[in-house]
Design a protein around this ligand. Structure first.
Ligand SMILES: Cc1cc2nc3c(=O)[nH]c(=O)nc-3n(C[C@H](O)[C@H](O)[C@H](O)COP(=O)(O)OP(=O)(O)OC[C@H]3O[C@@H](n4cnc5c(N)ncnc54)[C@H](O)[C@@H]3O)c2cc1C
Length: 376
């Protein structure tokens, strides 16, 4: 199988690169082993502090609305964090005072939404809070087993019964100006959060829950759907295990499921994430990148990899593959000519490209542009 570009890793970075290349008419394949960081996504792309048209357009074409305004957003523990480019259902506020009275609503038997911490945090900002649990007959089948009472299971039901939630909240609402709900709406039907807002006569704020993240899974599904609609080949559940490289040119990659059928391409993109997604691995002697064995930045003394004070910033979080100016990873100090690295596998080696979601998106766009330019 021969493609223009094969992308290893189908998280945020891999999907943004794949969509950009497919849109420009290049035939690509994404091979992705498993869960990615979007399953833990807060709904906010860290470090993007504006709404660049190129990024918002790419997401809008996938059915994902984004917005930004300077200020803060409410975190699950009732604290506030600087605003950044966010999904439309995430509320952004000019400052940490979001209202005077809040009704915080959750569901009986659901423990992945921290109402009490949220209330305590908001009360410190001078807000009065009231917590109410809804007993919805439609959730009774989940309540029988606590392991089923998780955000994604609830979200699947909510797409059908969100109107019951609106009705119950309207009955509970007294003089509150703000209603806070867990982020368990709009998993399949992206219009649900705004319809809930339209149905409740108060400001409605959706706040994050324990993972898996419902807005993150929705974002992943919509990006993947867009990629496939553009003709991209998404090989889910397969793992790139090695590569054929000759004179610094990658010819093909080997995958677990395809065996002797190698994936050939003119270009390859490494978007395998960091330790969390197994894009980087470590043993007591070294930190390595497992598919191509490219060079990884790291302190030579293992004891410098981490800070023994667990809550402090950890040096290993900064480590990433070492690249040239064109984001081509080096192997034994020299770049592989047609391999590029994007997303969190870069660690903090590229501060100019931002961090978190910004790094994933900007590095993906930069590499897609380079591939398109080199094809001209
Ligand atoms: C828990 C967590 C929460 C985060 N939350 C946020 C947030 O809310 N906002 C934000 O801006 N940033 C967040 N980040 C930062 C995050 O890393 C980026 O935002 C971004 O989603 C990373 O995307 P990525 O595509 O580089 O990597 P990943 O999302 O890690 O995706 C890499 C993919 O590659 C696959 N893969 C790995 N090796 C192979 C292989 N050999 N063969 C095939 N597939 C392979 C993995 O299975 C995975 O699916 C979070 C990070 C983590 C770890």
């Amino acid at each position: 199988m021969k493609f223009n570009t094969v992308i290893i890793g189908g998280g945020l970075a891999g999907l943004v690169a794949g969509i950009s290349l497919q849109k420009a008419g290049r035939g690509t394949a994404i091979i992705s082993e498993g869960q990615n960081a979007l399953h833990f996504f807060s709904g906010t792309f860290e470090s993007i502090e504006d709404a660049p048209g190129r990024i918002t357009d790419l997401f809008a074409e996938a059915g994902i609305g984004l917005h930004y305004s300077p200020g803060v957003r409410l975190m699950p523990m009732g604290t506030f964090k600087k605003a950044a480019l966010s999904l439309e259902d995430i509320s952004l506020f000019p400052g940490p005072k979001i209202g005077s009275r809040a009704l915080i609503v959750s569901f009986a038997g659901y423990h992945d939404f921290f109402c009490q911490f949220l209330a305590e945090g908001l009360e410190k900002q001078g807000m009065q809070c009231r917590i109410k649990m809804l007993n919805l007959p439609e959730l009774e089948h989940l309540e029988k087993s606590p392991s089923e009472m998780r955000s994604v299971q609830i979200a699947r039901t909510m797409d059908r019964i969100w109107e019951s939630v609106v009705r119950e909240v309207r009955i509970l609402l007294r003089d509150e100006d703000t209603v806070i709900l867990p982020q368990v709406f709009g998993l399949q039907d992206t219009s649900v959060p705004s319809r809930i807002r339209g149905g409740i006569p108060a400001q409605v704020v959706f706040v994050g829950t324990l993972p898996p993240s419902v807005p993150g899974i929705r974002t992943q599904m919509l990006l993947k759907r867009r990629y496939q609609l553009l003709g991209g080949t998404y090989l889910m559940g397969d793992e790139a295990t090695g590569a054929h490289v000759h004179e610094r040119v990658v010819h093909s990659i080997v995958t677990h499921n395809l065996g002797n059928h190698f994936l050939e391409a003119d270009n390859f993109i490494l978007a395998t994430g960091t330790f969390f997604s197994k894009g980087l691995r470590s043993n007591p002697f070294e930190i390595s990148e497992p598919v191509f064995g490219v060079d990884v930045e790291q302190a030579s003394d293992r004891t410098d990899w981490y800070n023994p004070e667990f809550m402090r910033e950890q040096p290993y979080m900064k480590y990433g593959v070492i690249c040239d100016d064109n984001l081509r990873p080096l192997k034994d100090g020299e770049p592989l000519r047609n391999l590029f690295a994007i997303g969190s596998i870069l660690g903090q080696t590229r501060p100019g490209l931002g961090s978190g979601g910004e790094l994933a998106i900007r590095s993906a766009l930069a590499v897609a542009d380079q591939i398109l330019k080199s094809d001209e």
